[in-house]
Design a protein. Structure first.
Length: 417
Protein backbone atom coordinates (compact mmCIF):
# COMPACT_ATOMS: atom_id res chain seq x y z
CA UNK A 1 0.00 0.00 0.00
CA UNK A 2 1.16 3.52 -0.73
CA UNK A 3 1.74 5.94 2.13
CA UNK A 4 -0.37 9.04 2.73
CA UNK A 5 0.19 12.02 4.98
CA UNK A 6 -3.13 13.14 6.49
CA UNK A 7 -3.23 16.48 8.33
CA UNK A 8 -6.25 17.76 10.24
CA UNK A 9 -6.78 20.81 12.44
CA UNK A 10 -8.73 18.61 14.87
CA UNK A 11 -8.39 14.94 15.77
CA UNK A 12 -10.90 13.15 13.51
CA UNK A 13 -12.05 10.74 16.21
CA UNK A 14 -14.55 10.33 17.71
CA UNK A 15 -16.72 11.71 14.87
CA UNK A 16 -19.07 13.61 17.18
CA UNK A 17 -19.30 16.99 15.44
CA UNK A 18 -19.66 18.21 11.89
CA UNK A 19 -16.06 18.65 10.74
CA UNK A 20 -14.94 15.45 12.51
CA UNK A 21 -17.68 13.45 10.79
CA UNK A 22 -16.23 14.51 7.44
CA UNK A 23 -12.54 14.14 8.30
CA UNK A 24 -13.04 10.75 9.95
CA UNK A 25 -15.08 9.24 7.13
CA UNK A 26 -12.60 10.43 4.53
CA UNK A 27 -9.73 9.01 6.62
CA UNK A 28 -11.51 5.69 7.22
CA UNK A 29 -12.22 5.18 3.54
CA UNK A 30 -8.76 6.27 2.39
CA UNK A 31 -7.28 3.72 4.82
CA UNK A 32 -8.52 0.96 2.53
CA UNK A 33 -5.94 2.07 -0.02
CA UNK A 34 -3.20 3.92 1.87
CA UNK A 35 -0.99 3.52 4.92
CA UNK A 36 -1.94 6.72 6.70
CA UNK A 37 0.31 8.94 8.79
CA UNK A 38 -1.99 11.27 10.74
CA UNK A 39 -0.96 14.61 12.22
CA UNK A 40 -3.62 16.54 14.13
CA UNK A 41 -4.39 18.79 17.08
CA UNK A 42 -6.59 17.89 20.05
CA UNK A 43 -8.86 20.59 21.48
CA UNK A 44 -11.16 18.51 23.71
CA UNK A 45 -9.47 16.79 26.70
CA UNK A 46 -11.83 13.81 26.53
CA UNK A 47 -10.64 13.01 22.99
CA UNK A 48 -7.23 11.89 24.28
CA UNK A 49 -8.85 8.75 25.69
CA UNK A 50 -9.92 7.72 22.16
CA UNK A 51 -6.63 8.45 20.39
CA UNK A 52 -5.42 4.83 20.40
CA UNK A 53 -8.50 3.79 18.45
CA UNK A 54 -7.17 5.70 15.44
CA UNK A 55 -4.53 3.01 14.99
CA UNK A 56 -7.27 0.88 13.42
CA UNK A 57 -6.87 3.10 10.37
CA UNK A 58 -3.50 4.82 10.79
CA UNK A 59 0.08 3.61 10.59
CA UNK A 60 1.27 6.63 12.56
CA UNK A 61 -0.64 9.00 14.84
CA UNK A 62 0.99 12.28 15.87
CA UNK A 63 -1.13 14.48 18.13
CA UNK A 64 -0.50 17.82 19.78
CA UNK A 65 -2.72 19.63 22.29
CA UNK A 66 -4.40 22.91 21.53
CA UNK A 67 -4.55 25.32 24.45
CA UNK A 68 -7.51 27.47 23.41
CA UNK A 69 -6.98 30.42 25.75
CA UNK A 70 -3.21 30.65 25.37
CA UNK A 71 -3.25 29.91 21.65
CA UNK A 72 -5.88 32.59 21.03
CA UNK A 73 -3.52 35.11 22.61
CA UNK A 74 -0.61 33.80 20.55
CA UNK A 75 -2.71 34.03 17.40
CA UNK A 76 -2.72 37.81 17.82
CA UNK A 77 0.73 37.67 16.27
CA UNK A 78 -1.18 37.68 13.01
CA UNK A 79 -1.95 41.36 13.58
CA UNK A 80 1.78 42.07 13.39
CA UNK A 81 2.55 39.71 10.51
CA UNK A 82 -0.44 40.79 8.43
CA UNK A 83 -1.93 37.30 8.21
CA UNK A 84 -5.20 35.72 9.32
CA UNK A 85 -5.24 34.97 13.06
CA UNK A 86 -6.30 31.40 12.28
CA UNK A 87 -2.86 30.58 10.89
CA UNK A 88 -0.69 31.28 13.96
CA UNK A 89 -3.40 29.66 16.09
CA UNK A 90 -2.67 26.35 14.34
CA UNK A 91 1.05 26.94 13.87
CA UNK A 92 3.34 24.66 15.85
CA UNK A 93 7.08 24.07 15.57
CA UNK A 94 6.64 20.47 16.66
CA UNK A 95 4.00 19.81 14.03
CA UNK A 96 6.16 21.47 11.41
CA UNK A 97 9.18 19.36 12.42
CA UNK A 98 7.11 16.18 12.25
CA UNK A 99 5.78 17.03 8.79
CA UNK A 100 9.30 17.82 7.60
CA UNK A 101 10.48 14.46 8.92
CA UNK A 102 7.72 12.73 6.99
CA UNK A 103 8.71 14.61 3.83
CA UNK A 104 12.40 13.72 4.01
CA UNK A 105 12.08 10.42 2.21
CA UNK A 106 10.46 9.56 -1.05
CA UNK A 107 7.90 7.17 0.44
CA UNK A 108 5.26 9.72 1.43
CA UNK A 109 4.41 11.33 -1.87
CA UNK A 110 0.74 12.11 -1.34
CA UNK A 111 -0.96 14.30 1.21
CA UNK A 112 -4.56 14.97 2.19
CA UNK A 113 -5.07 18.12 4.25
CA UNK A 114 -8.33 18.74 6.07
CA UNK A 115 -8.95 22.47 6.73
CA UNK A 116 -7.22 25.37 5.06
CA UNK A 117 -5.43 26.23 8.31
CA UNK A 118 -3.29 23.07 7.99
CA UNK A 119 -2.19 23.79 4.42
CA UNK A 120 0.60 25.99 5.81
CA UNK A 121 2.53 22.80 6.64
CA UNK A 122 2.71 21.63 3.02
CA UNK A 123 2.43 24.86 1.06
CA UNK A 124 6.01 24.49 -0.13
CA UNK A 125 6.18 20.67 -0.13
CA UNK A 126 8.32 19.53 -3.05
CA UNK A 127 7.60 16.13 -4.53
CA UNK A 128 4.21 15.72 -2.86
CA UNK A 129 0.77 15.50 -4.45
CA UNK A 130 -1.49 17.66 -2.24
CA UNK A 131 -5.27 17.58 -1.95
CA UNK A 132 -6.43 20.39 0.34
CA UNK A 133 -9.99 20.06 1.61
CA UNK A 134 -11.20 23.49 2.69
CA UNK A 135 -14.55 21.85 3.44
CA UNK A 136 -16.24 25.25 3.78
CA UNK A 137 -15.21 28.74 2.69
CA UNK A 138 -14.04 29.89 6.12
CA UNK A 139 -13.40 33.43 4.90
CA UNK A 140 -17.09 33.78 4.01
CA UNK A 141 -18.05 32.49 7.46
CA UNK A 142 -16.01 35.21 9.19
CA UNK A 143 -17.49 37.85 6.92
CA UNK A 144 -20.98 36.65 7.90
CA UNK A 145 -20.00 36.80 11.57
CA UNK A 146 -18.82 40.38 11.06
CA UNK A 147 -22.25 41.36 9.75
CA UNK A 148 -23.86 40.13 12.98
CA UNK A 149 -21.44 41.85 15.36
CA UNK A 150 -20.57 45.43 16.18
CA UNK A 151 -17.57 47.50 17.23
CA UNK A 152 -14.09 46.01 17.48
CA UNK A 153 -15.43 42.44 17.22
CA UNK A 154 -16.94 43.18 13.82
CA UNK A 155 -13.64 44.72 12.68
CA UNK A 156 -11.64 41.68 13.83
CA UNK A 157 -14.03 39.27 12.12
CA UNK A 158 -14.06 41.27 8.90
CA UNK A 159 -10.26 41.45 8.88
CA UNK A 160 -10.10 37.69 9.48
CA UNK A 161 -12.40 37.07 6.54
CA UNK A 162 -10.38 39.29 4.22
CA UNK A 163 -7.01 37.85 5.26
CA UNK A 164 -8.28 34.27 5.08
CA UNK A 165 -9.64 34.89 1.59
CA UNK A 166 -6.20 36.03 0.46
CA UNK A 167 -4.68 32.90 1.97
CA UNK A 168 -7.34 30.54 0.56
CA UNK A 169 -6.77 32.04 -2.88
CA UNK A 170 -3.00 31.59 -2.62
CA UNK A 171 -3.32 27.96 -1.54
CA UNK A 172 -5.77 27.25 -4.35
CA UNK A 173 -3.39 28.67 -6.94
CA UNK A 174 -0.35 26.81 -5.54
CA UNK A 175 -1.61 23.35 -4.64
CA UNK A 176 -2.59 20.55 -6.99
CA UNK A 177 -6.20 20.14 -5.84
CA UNK A 178 -8.50 22.14 -3.55
CA UNK A 179 -11.93 20.81 -2.62
CA UNK A 180 -15.11 22.13 -1.03
CA UNK A 181 -18.11 20.32 0.41
CA UNK A 182 -20.76 21.61 -1.99
CA UNK A 183 -21.15 23.29 -5.35
CA UNK A 184 -22.86 26.13 -3.50
CA UNK A 185 -19.63 26.72 -1.55
CA UNK A 186 -17.59 26.61 -4.76
CA UNK A 187 -19.75 29.34 -6.26
CA UNK A 188 -19.40 31.46 -3.12
CA UNK A 189 -15.60 31.10 -3.26
CA UNK A 190 -15.45 31.95 -6.95
CA UNK A 191 -17.65 35.01 -6.42
CA UNK A 192 -15.33 36.26 -3.66
CA UNK A 193 -12.14 35.37 -5.53
CA UNK A 194 -12.63 35.14 -9.32
CA UNK A 195 -9.01 34.04 -9.76
CA UNK A 196 -9.87 30.54 -8.46
CA UNK A 197 -12.63 29.95 -11.02
CA UNK A 198 -12.31 26.48 -12.51
CA UNK A 199 -9.65 25.35 -10.02
CA UNK A 200 -11.88 24.01 -7.21
CA UNK A 201 -13.49 20.58 -7.04
CA UNK A 202 -16.44 19.39 -4.94
CA UNK A 203 -16.49 16.39 -2.60
CA UNK A 204 -19.91 15.89 -1.05
CA UNK A 205 -20.40 14.73 2.50
CA UNK A 206 -21.93 11.35 3.20
CA UNK A 207 -23.97 9.52 5.80
CA UNK A 208 -23.38 6.15 7.41
CA UNK A 209 -26.78 4.79 6.40
CA UNK A 210 -26.18 1.56 8.27
CA UNK A 211 -25.89 3.54 11.51
CA UNK A 212 -28.43 6.27 10.81
CA UNK A 213 -31.44 4.24 9.77
CA UNK A 214 -35.03 4.02 11.03
CA UNK A 215 -35.19 1.70 14.05
CA UNK A 216 -38.39 1.50 16.05
CA UNK A 217 -36.65 -0.62 18.70
CA UNK A 218 -34.70 2.40 19.97
CA UNK A 219 -35.97 3.49 23.38
CA UNK A 220 -38.14 6.62 23.42
CA UNK A 221 -36.21 9.36 25.29
CA UNK A 222 -39.31 11.56 25.43
CA UNK A 223 -41.38 9.20 27.59
CA UNK A 224 -44.31 9.45 25.23
CA UNK A 225 -44.30 13.25 24.98
CA UNK A 226 -44.32 14.64 21.44
CA UNK A 227 -41.13 16.53 20.59
CA UNK A 228 -39.26 18.30 17.86
CA UNK A 229 -35.47 18.10 17.91
CA UNK A 230 -32.33 20.05 17.11
CA UNK A 231 -28.95 18.27 17.24
CA UNK A 232 -25.47 19.75 17.27
CA UNK A 233 -22.45 20.86 19.28
CA UNK A 234 -23.92 23.53 21.53
CA UNK A 235 -20.74 25.52 22.09
CA UNK A 236 -20.63 26.41 18.37
CA UNK A 237 -21.88 29.94 17.78
CA UNK A 238 -24.04 29.26 14.67
CA UNK A 239 -25.82 26.48 16.61
CA UNK A 240 -26.25 28.77 19.62
CA UNK A 241 -27.70 31.47 17.39
CA UNK A 242 -29.96 28.94 15.68
CA UNK A 243 -31.61 27.51 18.80
CA UNK A 244 -31.80 30.94 20.46
CA UNK A 245 -33.63 32.40 17.47
CA UNK A 246 -35.92 29.38 17.19
CA UNK A 247 -36.74 29.24 20.92
CA UNK A 248 -37.44 32.96 21.23
CA UNK A 249 -39.00 33.86 17.87
CA UNK A 250 -40.40 30.66 16.36
CA UNK A 251 -41.23 28.35 19.26
CA UNK A 252 -43.98 30.53 20.82
CA UNK A 253 -45.83 30.52 17.49
CA UNK A 254 -45.62 26.73 17.30
CA UNK A 255 -46.47 26.16 20.98
CA UNK A 256 -49.61 28.27 20.74
CA UNK A 257 -51.05 25.59 18.43
CA UNK A 258 -49.44 22.56 20.11
CA UNK A 259 -49.20 23.36 23.85
CA UNK A 260 -48.10 19.82 24.82
CA UNK A 261 -45.19 19.79 22.36
CA UNK A 262 -41.57 19.95 23.58
CA UNK A 263 -38.46 21.37 21.87
CA UNK A 264 -35.35 19.30 22.62
CA UNK A 265 -31.88 20.80 22.10
CA UNK A 266 -29.61 17.76 21.91
CA UNK A 267 -25.84 18.18 21.93
CA UNK A 268 -22.67 18.44 23.95
CA UNK A 269 -21.23 21.46 25.73
CA UNK A 270 -24.31 23.71 25.91
CA UNK A 271 -23.25 27.30 26.50
CA UNK A 272 -24.80 29.40 29.28
CA UNK A 273 -26.94 31.07 26.62
CA UNK A 274 -28.30 27.70 25.53
CA UNK A 275 -28.90 26.48 29.08
CA UNK A 276 -30.87 29.65 29.80
CA UNK A 277 -33.34 28.73 27.05
CA UNK A 278 -34.82 26.16 29.43
CA UNK A 279 -36.53 29.07 31.15
CA UNK A 280 -38.81 29.14 28.09
CA UNK A 281 -41.79 26.86 28.60
CA UNK A 282 -41.42 23.56 26.75
CA UNK A 283 -37.69 23.86 25.93
CA UNK A 284 -35.39 21.04 27.10
CA UNK A 285 -31.57 21.13 26.86
CA UNK A 286 -30.07 17.65 27.22
CA UNK A 287 -26.34 18.27 27.08
CA UNK A 288 -24.19 15.40 25.82
CA UNK A 289 -26.02 12.16 25.03
CA UNK A 290 -24.47 8.77 24.21
CA UNK A 291 -26.49 8.40 21.00
CA UNK A 292 -28.58 10.94 19.09
CA UNK A 293 -30.48 8.29 17.14
CA UNK A 294 -33.23 7.69 19.73
CA UNK A 295 -33.97 11.42 19.71
CA UNK A 296 -34.17 11.45 15.91
CA UNK A 297 -36.17 8.23 15.73
CA UNK A 298 -38.93 9.41 18.07
CA UNK A 299 -39.03 13.08 17.07
CA UNK A 300 -42.16 14.34 15.34
CA UNK A 301 -39.81 16.32 13.14
CA UNK A 302 -36.31 17.80 13.17
CA UNK A 303 -35.39 21.47 12.82
CA UNK A 304 -32.21 23.10 11.52
CA UNK A 305 -32.78 26.85 11.97
CA UNK A 306 -29.20 27.92 11.23
CA UNK A 307 -29.12 31.48 9.95
CA UNK A 308 -25.32 31.45 9.62
CA UNK A 309 -24.17 28.28 7.91
CA UNK A 310 -21.44 27.10 5.60
CA UNK A 311 -21.34 23.89 3.63
CA UNK A 312 -23.48 20.81 4.17
CA UNK A 313 -25.13 20.36 7.55
CA UNK A 314 -24.61 16.76 8.71
CA UNK A 315 -27.48 17.17 11.15
CA UNK A 316 -29.86 17.46 8.20
CA UNK A 317 -28.40 14.47 6.36
CA UNK A 318 -28.49 12.29 9.48
CA UNK A 319 -32.12 13.14 10.16
CA UNK A 320 -33.09 12.50 6.54
CA UNK A 321 -31.20 9.19 6.63
CA UNK A 322 -33.54 8.21 9.46
CA UNK A 323 -36.45 9.23 7.21
CA UNK A 324 -37.47 12.19 9.36
CA UNK A 325 -39.18 15.32 8.16
CA UNK A 326 -36.81 18.29 8.45
CA UNK A 327 -37.52 22.01 8.48
CA UNK A 328 -34.38 24.03 7.72
CA UNK A 329 -33.56 27.69 7.42
CA UNK A 330 -33.05 28.64 3.79
CA UNK A 331 -29.46 29.65 4.59
CA UNK A 332 -28.37 26.12 5.55
CA UNK A 333 -30.66 24.34 3.09
CA UNK A 334 -29.27 26.16 0.04
CA UNK A 335 -26.50 23.62 -0.76
CA UNK A 336 -28.96 20.69 -0.68
CA UNK A 337 -30.02 20.67 -4.31
CA UNK A 338 -33.49 19.21 -4.93
CA UNK A 339 -33.89 18.21 -1.26
CA UNK A 340 -37.28 19.92 -1.15
CA UNK A 341 -38.49 17.31 -3.63
CA UNK A 342 -37.60 14.64 -1.07
CA UNK A 343 -39.49 16.23 1.80
CA UNK A 344 -37.15 18.92 3.16
CA UNK A 345 -39.05 22.10 4.08
CA UNK A 346 -37.28 25.46 3.88
CA UNK A 347 -38.16 28.76 5.52
CA UNK A 348 -36.61 32.15 6.10
CA UNK A 349 -38.49 34.39 8.53
CA UNK A 350 -39.71 33.34 11.98
CA UNK A 351 -43.32 33.32 10.78
CA UNK A 352 -42.47 31.21 7.72
CA UNK A 353 -40.46 28.81 9.84
CA UNK A 354 -43.30 28.38 12.33
CA UNK A 355 -45.76 27.75 9.50
CA UNK A 356 -43.43 25.13 7.99
CA UNK A 357 -43.11 23.38 11.36
CA UNK A 358 -46.87 23.43 11.89
CA UNK A 359 -47.44 22.07 8.41
CA UNK A 360 -44.92 19.32 9.11
CA UNK A 361 -46.71 18.39 12.30
CA UNK A 362 -50.06 18.25 10.56
CA UNK A 363 -49.19 16.39 7.37
CA UNK A 364 -46.41 14.49 5.61
CA UNK A 365 -44.30 16.55 3.24
CA UNK A 366 -44.70 16.12 -0.49
CA UNK A 367 -42.01 13.81 -1.87
CA UNK A 368 -41.94 14.12 -5.65
CA UNK A 369 -38.80 12.02 -6.10
CA UNK A 370 -38.68 9.85 -3.00
CA UNK A 371 -38.37 9.77 0.77
CA UNK A 372 -35.83 11.76 2.80
CA UNK A 373 -33.77 8.57 3.15
CA UNK A 374 -33.86 8.08 -0.62
CA UNK A 375 -32.27 11.51 -0.98
CA UNK A 376 -29.19 10.78 1.11
CA UNK A 377 -28.88 7.31 -0.42
CA UNK A 378 -28.71 8.85 -3.87
CA UNK A 379 -26.37 11.77 -3.26
CA UNK A 380 -24.52 11.33 0.03
CA UNK A 381 -22.65 8.03 0.08
CA UNK A 382 -19.21 8.15 1.73
CA UNK A 383 -17.67 5.28 -0.25
CA UNK A 384 -18.64 6.79 -3.60
CA UNK A 385 -17.61 10.31 -2.64
CA UNK A 386 -14.21 9.29 -1.22
CA UNK A 387 -13.47 7.39 -4.42
CA UNK A 388 -13.37 10.84 -5.96
CA UNK A 389 -10.75 11.89 -3.41
CA UNK A 390 -8.65 8.83 -4.27
CA UNK A 391 -8.70 9.84 -7.92
CA UNK A 392 -7.58 13.36 -6.97
CA UNK A 393 -4.64 11.97 -4.99
CA UNK A 394 -3.35 10.24 -8.10
CA UNK A 395 -1.20 12.09 -10.57
CA UNK A 396 2.13 13.85 -10.40
CA UNK A 397 3.08 16.49 -7.83
CA UNK A 398 4.42 19.83 -8.95
CA UNK A 399 8.00 18.84 -8.01
CA UNK A 400 9.99 15.74 -7.14
CA UNK A 401 11.17 14.96 -3.60
CA UNK A 402 14.20 13.18 -2.16
CA UNK A 403 14.57 9.66 -0.76
CA UNK A 404 16.03 9.99 2.73
CA UNK A 405 12.99 9.65 4.97
CA UNK A 406 13.70 8.45 8.51
CA UNK A 407 11.35 6.24 10.52
CA UNK A 408 9.00 7.51 13.23
CA UNK A 409 7.34 5.88 16.23
CA UNK A 410 3.86 4.48 15.71
CA UNK A 411 2.25 6.98 18.06
CA UNK A 412 3.67 10.23 19.37
CA UNK A 413 1.86 12.62 21.65
CA UNK A 414 3.82 15.80 22.15
CA UNK A 415 3.73 19.25 23.68
CA UNK A 416 2.13 22.07 21.69
CA UNK A 417 5.31 23.90 20.62
Amino acid sequence: MEELLFLSHRIPYPPNKGDKVRSFNILKNLARRYRIHLGAFVDQPEDWARAEELKQWCETVFLLPLRPRKDRVLSLRGLMTGEALTLPYYRSRRMSDWVEEMKKGGNVRRCFVFSSSMAQYVENAAGMRRVIDFCDVDSAKWMEYAERRGGITSWIYRREGEKLLQYETRITMRCEVVTLVADHERKVFESLSPAVTGRVKVVNNGVDRGFFCPDSSLADPFAGVEAIVFTGAMDYWPNIDAVSWFARDVWPLVRSRHPALRFYVVGMNPSPTVKALQEIDGVVVTGSVPDVRPYLQHARLVVAPLRVARGIQNKILEAMAMDKQVVAHAQCAAPLVDASRYGLRQADTAHEFAEAVLEGLDKVARNDLGTPRDYVSRFYDWVTNVEGVEAMLEGAPNDQGDSTRQGLADVFVGARN
